[in-house]
Design a protein around this ligand. Structure first.
Ligand code: PEP
Ligand code: CO
Length: 464
C-alpha cells in the first residue's frame, strides 16, 4: 500500500490557514458524547501517554494524496468505494478475514473501474474501526445492568462485568491490531496480490458456483485480453496496474484515542490524524458545537460527515462553515444515510444548502444505516431491496438537483454470511439464523456486494 508512490505527484490542494484557537485537546472543554467511562483514570492516562509515543499508522503524504483524490472525485473524475465491517474485532484480525474483505473490495472496484470508466478511490472501513456509538450507556439482560459494548477499543462483547468495564489497555491493543492489519494489507498490495493481471488471486475459496462470480470472471477475461493487447502494441508492461491504492478510514469517535494520534510532522504546517487517512464524524456526534466537531476542525485529513434525516439545512451549513471555512477542495465528504423511505424528502434540501454555501463537497451514499430493521424474531437485518432502492434514488436525486453522487459507503464482508435478506440468493428471515456473525450491524455478503457494484454501474451509466 505504497500509496504515495502510486498516486502520482501530489498537487497540493489549496488550503487556507491552520484552524485558529485550536489544539489537539481543545475538544476537552466541550461536551463529548459517546465516550467511555473509565473507572481507572490513572491507567487511562498511562495508556494514552504510551499511545502518543507509538509510531503513526499512516503518513501525511498519504493523507494529502487522498485529499487530492477526493478533490478530483468532487469534480467527477473519480468514484469513491468505501467499505468494510460495521465494527472490526480483535479476534477477527487474522489472515483469511482480511484477505477475503480485500478480495471483495478489489472485485467491486474492478467492476466499477470497468463500468464507470474512471479511477476508483478504495477506502477500507478497516485498520481502526474499533469504536461504536450506542443508543444507551447501559444494557440490561435478565435483571443485570452493565455498561453497553462500545467496540473492542473500549470493552468486550461478552455480557459479564469483567468484560464490559472499559479497559484502557485496549487502546494500545487497538493500535497494535490496526498496525498489523495495515502491515498485512500493505504487504499484500505491494507484493502483487492486487495485480490486475492476476485476478484469480481474488477468488474466494469458500465460494461455490455463483452467477455473480461468473459474471466477474467474464469481465476480468475481457480486461485481461485488452491488457495483453495494449502490452503487445506498446511493447511495454502496464506496470502501474500491478498495484492499487488502498486507504483506511474509521469513525473517529473515541476522542482521547484520536487525540493521541494527532501529530505534527517535519516540513508540514498544522496537525494530522496519523491513525487513519480518512476519519469520519458519526451521525450521533455531529453537533456543530460539540467536542467531535471541535476536534475535526483542526486536523488536515479529508473528513467524512454522516448525514441523517434529522439534519436540517441550517445545521449542515453550520458544520460546513466550522469544518471548511476556506471552502477548500478535497476536505469534506458528506455521507448521507437517510433510509429509502426518507431520502426523497430530506436529500434535496441538503443539496440546496450545500449549493448555497458554496462549499465543495463529495457526496457519498451510505444506503445501509437508514435501512436497519428487526425481524419478528428480533434479529437486526437490512432488506437488500431497500438498500438497492436507496442507492438508485441517491443517483436520481443528485442528478435531478444538478448535483453528483461521487461515492458509496457500504458495510460488507468477504465471509459467507446471511445478515441482510434478499439479493441473488433471495435470503429469507429464516436464513438469517444460519450464518449471522456480526455483533453490531448486518453486512452485505459477497454476492450482495457485487450486485451492488453492478447496480452502481447501471445507474451511473444512465447519467451519461
Ligand atoms: C456506522 O457507520 O457504523 C454508524 C454507526 O453510522 P451512523 O453514524 O451513520 O449511524
Ligand atoms: Co454500522
Amino acid at each position: 500500500m505504497n500509496i504515495a508512490a502510486n498516486s502520482g505527484p501530489v498537487r497540493p490542494v489549496q488550503e487556507v490557514n491552520p484552524a485558529t484557537n485550536w489544539q489537539p485537546d481543545s475538544w476537552q472543554g466541550l461536551k463529548a458524547l459517546q465516550q467511555a467511562n473509565y473507572p481507572d483514570q490513572e491507567a487511562l492516562k498511562r495508556a494514552l501517554l504510551k499511545l502518543t509515543e507509538l509510531p503513526p499508522l499512516v503518513t501525511s503524504w498519504e493523507i494529502l494524496a487522498l485529499r487530492e483524490q477526493i478533490a478530483e472525485a468532487q469534480e467527477g473524475k473519480r468514484f469513491v468505494l468505501q467499505g468494510g465491517d460495521c465494527a472490526e474485532s480483535f479476534h477477527e484480525c487474522c489472515s483469511p478475514l482480511i484477505t477475503n474483505r480485500l478480495k471483495v473490495l478489489l472485485q467491486m472496484s474492478l467492476a466499477l473501474v470497468h463500468g464507470l470508466q474512471m479511477p476508483v478511490v478504495r477506502i477500507g472501513r478497516f485498520a481502526g474501526q474499533y469504536a461504536k456509538p450506542r443508543s444507551s450507556d447501559q444494557e440490561t439482560r435478565d435483571g443485570l445492568t452493565l455498561p453497553s459494548y462500545r467496540g473492542d477499543l473500549v470493552n468486550s462483547y461478552e455480557f459479564n462485568e469483567k468484560s464490559r468495564v472499559p479497559d484502557p489497555e485496549r487502546l494500545l491493543q487497538a493500535h497494535a491490531y490496526s498496525a498489523m492489519t495495515m502491515n498485512f494489507v500493505r504487504s499484500l498490495v505491494d507484493g502483487g496480490f492486487a495485480d490486475v493481471h492476476h485476478t484469480e488471486y481474488w477468488d474466494l475459496s469458500w465460494l461455490e458456483h455463483s452467477p455473480l462470480a461468473t459474471e466477474f470472471h467474464k469481465l476480468t477475461e475481457s480486461l485481461g485480453k485488452s491488457l495483453r493487447f495494449l502490452e503487445t502494441i506498446t511493447g511495454r508492461d502496464v506496470g502501474s496496474l500491478r498495484r492499487v491504492d488502498f486507504f483506511t478510514s474509521h469513525e473517529a469517535l473515541h476522542l482521547h484515542y484520536e487525540q493521541a494520534q494527532t501529530r505534527q510532522v517535519p516540513r508540514q504546517w498544522g496537525w494530522f490524524n496519523l491513525g487513519t487517512h480518512f476519519p469520519w464524524i458519526g451521525m450521533r456526534t455531529a453537533d456543530p458545537e460539540g467536542a467531535h466537531v471541535e476536534y475535526f476542525r483542526g486536523i488536515r485529513n479529508p473528513i467524512g460527515i454522516k448525514v441523517g434525516p434529522g439534519m436540517d439545512s441550517d445545521w449542515l451549513a453550520r458544520l460546513l462553515e466550522k469544518l471548511n471555512p476556506g471552502r477548500e477542495a478535497g476536505r469534506i465528504a458528506l455521507i448521507h444515510r437517510m433510509g429509502e423511505s426518507k431520502i426523497e424528502e430530506h436529500l434535496p434540501k441538503l443539496i440546496k444548502a450545500v449549493d448555497d454555501c458554496g462549499s465543495p463537497v463529495l457526496w457519498i451514499s451510505d444506503p445501509m444505516h437508514g435501512n436497519t430493521e428487526s425481524t419478528g424474531d428480533g434479529i437486526k437485518t437490512r432488506r437488500f431491496r431497500k438498500i438497492m432502492r436507496e442507492m438508485e434514488l441517491a443517483f436520481e436525486i443528485h442528478r435531478a438537483n444538478n448535483s453528483r453522487l461521487g461515492g458509496v459507503h457500504l458495510e460488507l464482508t468477504g465471509e459467507n454470511v446471511t445478515e441482510c435478506t434478499g439479493g441473488a440468493r433471495d435470503l429469507s428471515d429464516e436464513d438469517l439464523k444460519r450464518d449471522y456473525k456480526s455483533t453490531v450491524d448486518p453486512r452485505l455478503n459477497y454476492e450482495q456486494s457485487l450486485e451492488m457494484a453492478m447496480l452502481i454501474v447501471r445507474k451511473h451509466a444512465q447519467g451519461d
